[in-house]
Ligand binder design. Structure first.
Ligand SMILES: [Mn+2]
Length: 324
């Protein structure tokens, strides 16, 4: 029997698996990828009698592969907080799914384990941008504010490592990062002993500094477009750079374009923080666009659609934002 551990390569996926394997150590085949690479189940070559644990990737995106594994007689344990769609009903599937906004996958695993590896759920909650939930989880652990700060930084660094278009864009492949992390039950021991987190932290800082030196491509009255160069650091930093701009120039909308492998751009849009709306409506006008009201994106904008995008972007954010 082979065990497959399938997990999102970000902080939440890493910490969810780490909690489970600290409690129940098992030799397993790791299947993971960059944060946006979520169709992972189709890569699992499991046979009848094998077992698969799936963490932090949407059951809706993986629906067909999930059904096919279950039909093959594979046992599946699934923890996730993304939209799940129609979950198959099958005796081989044990699923813990909760798409509530203040929950991440490592928190679902924390509930399942009765809080036994709680400290890693705290790291994950910080990494999934749920600082209030992280502090709530931390309450019974009596951590000092400096320790809590370290866990927060660790979560953000692990989360940052998963941003990129492909594994070679990342500072460290998530599976290799997991192998290192897995040797430590105590995150503070991990931080003291392994240089990798300091490397991630420095890369996060350097990438943002490099992006901040890029001049805007187009400046409208209430909106700005940046086009980053074709480089691994661009593909890592684009989302974080968008958030940075949004927080710095709160009355402006921002679009950050990064050249992608198809010869076009991946687009990251942030609505003005002052209104937090309009980003999704704009992006959905394009075939591969989607997201949330305040932060949305387009997976592939063909190069010759740039002018059309710029026109619609200016139109979408043509007036000075008035907070509701
Ligand atoms: Mn997550």
């Amino acid at each position: 029997m082979t065990q497959f551990d399938v997990f999102n390569g970000d902080a939440d996926g890493l910490c969810a698996l780490h909690q489970l394997r600290l409690e129940a150590p098992l030799e397993s085949v790791l299947i993971t990828g960059v944060k946006r690479d979520v169709a992972l189940l189709q890569r699992v070559p499991a046979q009848r009698g094998d077992a698969v644990t799936v963490l932090d990737v949407s059951a809706a995106t993986n629906h067909d592969a999930l059904v096919s594994l279950l039909d093959r007689g594979v046992d599946i344990q699934y923890f996730d907080h993304h939209y799940a769609g129609d979950l198959p009903r099958h005796p081989g599937l044990k699923a813990t799914i909760d798409p509530s906004p203040e929950v991440c996958t490592a928190m679902l695993v924390d509930r399942y384990l009765g809080g036994k590896q709680r400290i890693w759920a705290i790291v994950a909650a910080f990494g999934d941008n749920l600082p209030d939930a992280a502090r709530e989880l931390a309450r019974p652990l009596v951590l000092g504010s400096e320790q809590l700060g370290q866990l927060g930084e660790l979560g953000e660094d692990l989360a940052y490592n998963a941003y990129g278009e492909k594994i070679s864009d990342l500072i460290m492949p998530p599976a290799a990062l997991y192998e290192v992390m897995h040797r430590y039950a105590d995150p503070f021991h991990f931080l003291r002993t392994e240089p990798i987190i300091a490397r991630l932290s420095k890369a996060r800082c350097d990438d943002l500094a490099t992006a901040s030196e890029v001049d805007p491509e187009v400046v409208f009255d209430h909106a700005t477009i940046y086009v980053l160069p074709d480089a691994a650091w661009s593909r890592r930093v684009s989302g974080v750079f968008g958030n940075h701009l949004a927080n710095r120039f709160r009355a402006r909308a921002h679009a950050v374009l990064t050249p992608n492998a198809q010869g076009g751009y991946t687009v990251s849009v942030r609505a003005p923080v002052a209104i937090r709306t309009g980003a999704d409506d704009l992006c959905r006008q394009f075939v591969t666009g989607g997201g949330r009201a305040e932060a949305a994106g387009i997976n592939h904008l063909p190069r010759d659609a740039f002018q059309e995008f710029a026109r619609r972007f200016e139109q979408a954010f043509s007036t000075a934002p008035h907070p509701p």
